[in-house]
Design a protein around this ligand. Structure first.
Ligand code: FAD
Ligand code: GLY
Length: 378
């Protein structure tokens, strides 16, 4: 019998999984999306592919991030061929600026361990930074340059992934919220959404910050994936002022091809509220002006918020729950879901289609949170 796969959530994770499962030969795939595909965190993100700029130490999570980043050049080319959409993978690299003694100390530590690990990282003094990026503040003391930390236009990425799905016969059901999983003798056999039952051999939850709102029987899945709000500003310029993504300890700016300069971000526990606030706009404006004072002269073109999905330990939750057939989780990507989408999709598809569990299975398994209660119904 041909396998039927149902994916709950059409963000970057759900869409990427749909594409990868299709590529491995599954023909019957349905993505059920509560709103519009790519309309939540995946739309709000900054699109940075920056594991080296963000990491304080090596480890399995860091390796996974590096692996996923490495998939982007071929993904961008394939999506262009498959859909005609350019996802604007920008490989100019990322600068991390130091303004204070603390920043300098952290930067030097990061340079040392990444250099020792054989990763591409360069140390720049203040004059080299200002030569590379003339609009950076004269207060900058030094910087690290990560040539392989890139950026992608996350909104175009979701558009391209969605186009791939449409072109390749993946059914997309939008404005339809999955309320509960259908169980039959301990196995998940489908979902209920808007009063309709959708049956499937394999259900994948890729519902981001809303993961735990989906009912399992009469209860919520006992996994605390919580929403963490992030707000962003966009400045508008007629011409591009910066070449690279620029980080500081206070936040980051991301220059886009269309002239916008994104400035992010806040990290707030505000439940499912994704309203923007004046205080966050002021803080982001100030942070951006520390990086580059001339940003203060630009018009603010936009201000938005999105909800990052954070698991209890901050790492992704990818895999089956032991003892429950027919269900797979791909959630909790927190600050790195755009970066991690290609590698996540590959390990999910390899596991469910080809029965090849990934080496990361133990690290990201839902079972690390001891979800036994879901099995027993307790
Ligand atoms: P989402 O994009 O939120 O998608 C989940 C989807 O599931 C939603 O569309 C939702 O409507 C749907 N859904 C939920 N419940 C149901 C249901 N019951 N039935 C049907 N559908 C449902 N990551 C990076 O890698 N780089 C960055 O630079 C970066 N910057 C960020 C900046 C900000 C301000 C924010 C907020 C996030 C940022 N992130 C970044 C993180 C990244 O956006 C997320 O990790 C990623 O988008 C998560 O993808 P997702 O598909 O799991 O979630
Ligand atoms: N990874 C950037 C952010 O979450 O703001």
């Amino acid at each position: 019998m041909e396998k039927e796969v149902l994916i709950i959530g059409g963000g970057v994770i759900g869409l990427s999984i749909g594409r990868e499962v299709r590529k491995r030969g599954v023909k019957r795939i349905n993505i059920i999306e509560a709103g519009e595909c790519g309309g939540e965190a995946s739309w709000a993100a900054a699109g940075m592919l920056g594991p080296q700029a963000e990491a304080d130490e090596a480890g399995a999570f860091f390796e996974f991030c590096i692996e996923s980043r490495g998939l982007y050049p071929s993904l961008a080319n394939e999506l262009l061929d498959e859909t005609g959409t350019d996802v604007e993978l920008d490989r100019a690299g990322t600068l991390y600026l130091a303004f204070s003694d603390d920043d300098v100390r952290i930067l030097r530590q990061r340079f040392q361990w990444q250099n020792e690990a054989g990763l591409a990282v360069e140390h720049l003094d203040a004059s080299e930074v200002r030569r590379a990026e003339p609009f950076v503040s004269p207060d900058v003391r030094e910087a690290l340059y990560f040539p392989n930390d890139w950026q992608v236009d996350n909104r175009k990425l979701c558009t391209a992934l969605r186009q791939y799905c449409e072109i390749n016969g993946i059914e997309i059901t939008e404005r339809t919220r999955v309320d509960r999983l259908i169980t039959d003798q301990g196995r998940i056999t489908g979902v209920r959404a808007g009063g309709v039952s959708y049956m499937a051999d394999q259900v994948i939850i890729a519902a981001g910050a809303w993961t735990t709102q989906i009912l399992f029987g009469e209860k919520r899945i006992p996994l605390k994936v919580v929403p963490v709000r992030g707000q962003m500003l966009a400045f508008h310029t007629a011409k591009r002022l910066f070449e690279r993504v620029i980080y500081s300890s206070g936040g980051y700016i991301v220059p886009r091809r269309d002239g916008r300069i994104l400035a992010g971000s806040t990290t707030e526990e505000a439940g499912f509220d994704r309203e923007t606030t004046d205080s966050a706009a002021a803080a982001l404006f100030e942070m951006a002006c520390v990086i580059a004072p001339s940003l203060g002269n630009l018009e603010i073109a936009d201000h938005w918020a999105g909800l990052r999905p954070r698991s209890p330990d901050g790492f992704p939750v990818i895999g089956r729950i032991e003892g429950i057939d027919g269900l797979y989780l791909a959630t909790g990507h927190y600050r790195n879901g755009i970066l991690l989408a290609p590698a996540t999709a590959q390990i999910v598809a390899a596991d469910i289609v080809e029965g090849k569990p990934s080496g990361y299975a133990a690290v990201f398994s839902p079972d690390r949170f001891h979800l036994g209660a879901i099995r027993t119904g307790n």
